[in-house]
Design a protein around this ligand. Structure first.
Ligand code: AHR
Length: 651
């Protein structure tokens, strides 16, 4: 080295390490002159599946397990005492024929009744009201009565109410019980208080204070958490449960609508999928069925996106075509799809439109799209998808059909699936990826290379899985960085939904998950906050964002995208710094008039990549927002190491 100055600089560089990286400023150009592709309103959404006790024992606020005595073991979830008999003669509800008969135990000092253990306990909050309801009848002429009791974990009764049964016909009775204390691991007891026999069915307990106060309602904190995400699209009800372990146990939407008492129970495949997390009491009551899911979509302002069975039983669990419906016999499945569109949108004079109206929603749910199949692969899929496409297109030419590229984000089956979807002109293709942080970071450019002329992308299930599969900050930051690639490619990526959505802390089968809960509390994971930042700041158009003419896809650990929101009249900048160093960044807004402007700056950061939000420490990593003042048409920033940053600038 001839130049001594260079030598000094080199030694200095080695000595200073990352500080020199700090000194380098990234000059980022945002093209404000020519707003780019529109960003779909559906861009950031949610995906609900009854996994991890997401529905029964979760979002669906019913507190009684096996309320209709229809589990294969009729009294699973119940402890009976005295003279209790399970019967099926002359039932109240033909699809759910089992009920219990409570009779005098034979001696005044003996007792008859039954306790329900709830989902991981019957959990109540002090001073809150709970609606107990039951269908009952008198097999004989005399009135009979029961006492309904809340029992704590030490077997003490702490609240109770009486109910008199006065009809020989099946009739619904209800009573409100106020909890005199908070109890997480309680039970509900039904105590026969008369010598006279009675029959009981569909025993139900809900908090009065459900989401929107509905009687067959949803847990308020969990529904609110969904609303707060501002989701653009709502995919339901699965996932693998759509397919079924066998076709008999696939999700059949028609079984999930109509009077709640008569909805046929289905097993839940997540009961036994992972033998190391086996839950013999995990079933689908369908109390939160397709009507309630459409209603929830409407409540949270998201486009509904039902997924229906394409006649293939879960391909992971079945290795022969014998498990599937033959293509020649697929018509009833296709009819289910057509009927579903009629249920959602049809006039109230149509068969299925009338049912929707009878259930309380005469107005259309305005369903615009449907996914046929979940994670399907190989030639079995396109040959079954075809009759669906033909029939749906013939009747509803503008309806969007979503096909699948299978369970992996690449490989032979994925390529085959995509090629078929292009050939068949599916409107969107559903891609799934559960991968590690490195995959997410190195795939932020994934969609830059996609064919712009083919079907659009729906990233229908994705989540970053770090080493021990926890919802740690590292996974959230990797997702935030990766998602800049969704936004930058909004001309081809139309929607995306993180998966899975919910998990009960005691009842999970799969993790990580977006929202965790026990029976009384819930917590938003760090990943939730990433989804929320995107969901609340969608924008209307992409703004080209480059450094040295290249998108920021990992240079010095930086990932960036920008959007214009024509409605809110603001610019939205999203930038992740995944490096260990502070990064100096100067944004220049080409085409924007220099002026003083206001805005906001939000940062999600942590020094500890393994940190996660928990029920006991829900705010370990949360976004922090401050005001921002901008002068001229540039913005100089110092991005903290390991941070996701979001700026809004008012125009
Ligand atoms: O999200 C959990 C499961 O992952 C879904 O049910 C399935 O589609 C995927 O394999």
């Amino acid at each position: 080295m001839k130049n001594p100055k260079s030598l000094v600089l080199l030694i200095f560089s080695i000595a200073m390490g990352s500080q020199l990286i700090f000194a380098q400023t990234h000059n980022i150009q945002v093209d404000f002159k020519k707003p780019g592709s529109p960003i779909q309103k559906t861009m950031y959404g949610i995906f609900f599946e009854d996994i991890n006790y997401g529905a029964d024992g979760g979002l669906y606020a019913e507190m009684i397990k096996n309320r209709s005595f229809e589990f294969p073991q009729s009294l699973l979830g119940w402890t009976s005492f005295g003279n209790v008999e399970v019967r099926t003669d002359d039932p109240a509800f033909p699809n759910n024929p089992h009920y219990v008969r409570l009779s005098y135990p034979g001696h005044d000092e003996k007792r008859t009744g039954l306790d329900n253990e709830g989902f991981f306990g019957v959990s109540v909050k002090k001073d809150a009201d709970y609606r107990f309801s039951v269908w009952a009848r008198l097999p004989e002429d005399e009135n009979s009565s029961i006492r309904i009791e809340f029992i704590d974990s030490e077997s003490n009764i702490f609240s109770s109410q009486k109910l008199t049964i006065d009809s020989k016909e099946w009739k619904k009775y209800q009573v409100i019980i106020k909890a005199s204390k908070t109890e997480l691991k309680g039970r509900l007891r039904i105590f026969l208080t008369s010598k006279n026999t009675l029959d009981l069915d569909h025993v139900s307990l809900f908090p009065v204070d459900t989401w929107k106060g509905r009687e067959n309602g949803l847990r308020k904190d969990l529904a609110q958490a969904l609303y707060d995400l501002h989701p653009g699209v709502f995919r339901f009800p699965g996932g693998c449960i759509v397919e079924g372990t066998d076709l008999n146990t696939r999700y059949q939407w028609k079984n999930s609508v109509g009077p709640v008492e008569n909805r046929k129970l289905n097993e839940n495949r997540w009961e036994y999928t992972f033998p190391n997390r086996f839950f013999p009491d995990y079933f689908q009551s369908y109390g939160m069925g397709f009507f309630e899911l459409f209603q929830l979509s409407e409540d949270i302002g998201a486009e509904p996106l039902p997924v229906i069975s394409c006649g293939l039983a879960c391909q992971f669990q079945n290795h022969s075509d014998k498990a599937n419906v033959p293509v020649s016999e697929i018509q009833p499945y296709v009819q289910d799809a057509l009927d579903l569109i009629e249920f959602a949108n049809g006039n109230v004079t149509t068969k299925w439109g009338k049912l929707r109206a009878d259930m309380g929603h005469p107005a259309s749910f305005n369903l615009k799209m449907m996914a046929v199949g979940n994670e399907q692969w190989g030639s079995l899929y396109p040959e079954r998808l075809e009759p669906f496409m033909k029939a749906i297109r013939a009747k509803y030419p503008n309806f969007k059909i979503i096909g699948t590229a299978g369970p992996s984000p690449d490989g032979k089956d994925f390529d085959y699936g995509w090629a078929q979807m292009k050939k068949m002109k599916a409107d969107l293709v559903d891609e799934h990826y559960y991968r590690d942080p490195q995959w997410f970071l190195s795939n932020a450019n994934r969609y830059d290379k996609y064919d712009r002329k083919g079907p659009k992308v729906f990233a229908g299930e994705y989540a970053c899985h770090p080493k021990n599969r926890i919802n740690n900050f590292e996974s959230a930051l990797s997702e935030a960085a990766f998602m800049t690639g969704f936004e930058r490619n909004a001309d081809v990526v139309y929607q995306c939904t993180y998966a899975p959505l919910f998990a009960h802390v005691q009842g999970w089968q799969w993790k990580p998950d977006l929202i965790w809960f026990d029976n009384l509390r819930s917590v938003q994971s760090v990943n939730y906050y990433v989804q929320q930042l995107y969901g609340m700041n969608v924008g209307t158009n992409v703004l080209t964002t480059v450094e040295d003419k290249l998108p920021l896809e990992g240079q010095d650990g930086l990932y960036a995208s920008s959007a214009l929101d024509k409605n809110k009249k603001e610019i939205i900048l999203k930038i992740a710094n995944t490096s260990d160093a502070v990064q100096k960044v100067t944004y220049t807004f080409n085409g924007l008039k220099a002026a003083g402007r206001t805005g906001t700056q939000t940062v999600l950061k942590s020094d500890n990549l393994d940190l996660e939000n928990t029920l006991d420490n829900p705010n370990a990593v949360i976004p922090v927002t401050k005001d921002l003042n901008v002068s001229g048409n540039t913005l100089e920033l110092e991005l903290a190491p390991k941070s996701f940053n979001l700026y809004t600038i008012k125009l």
